[in-house]
Design a protein around this ligand. Structure first.
Ligand SMILES: [Zn+2]
Length: 156
């Protein structure tokens, strides 16, 4: 039998100040459910939250495990994801440049060729790419799906 909650009783709630699930004291109840709680750690008063933000189950009516397990993963925003973001941006840029283009729009990459920014090239090893920058007469920067590379041009 579930323990009946009562004002002054204890309940686990997400503390909006401590930013974690902590023991709280119930200040106010509505229909047997806590609405206002006091954090036992920082003593702040706030609304009761049964789950940390972003982890609340879709429906309050049952099916716990399966739905939550299949739910979308939370988007991570941290310093370590900066590289990942840059990689994504590169990929989007690449996809935009390549989108809807046919075989005839690509120039076969060759060290003796001459390339301009915006040209689409096909590299035997790296695949399809777009020239993002002409570095100098003998070097161009080409964006491929996985990375940007500096390639030679104008060599004879
Ligand atoms: Zn707290």
């Amino acid at each position: 039998m579930a323990k009946a909650l009562k004002t002054g009783g204890e309940v686990d709630s997400f503390c909006t100040k401590c930013r974690m699930m902590l023991n709280h004291r119930i200040i106010a109840l509505l229909d047997g459910k806590p609405v206002k709680v006091e954090c036992s750690t920082c003593n702040s008063h706030h609304n009761y939250r049964a789950y940390p933000p972003g982890e609340a189950p879709r429906a309050a009516t049952g099916t716990r495990s399966s739905a939550a397990a299949r739910g979308p993963r939370p988007v991570r925003v941290s310093a370590s994801s900066k590289l990942e973001t840059e990689r994504r941006d590169r990929e989007v840029t690449w996809e935009k440049a390549i989108a809807g283009k046919g075989m005839s729009d690509f120039t076969r990459y060759d060290v003796s060729g001459r390339f301009d920014a915006g040209m689409l090239v096909h590299h035997a090893k790296f695949g399809d790419g777009v020239v993002t920058r002409v570095i100098d007469a003998n070097k161009v920067e080409v964006l491929f799906k996985d990375d940007a590379r500096t390639l030679a041009q104008g060599l004879t």
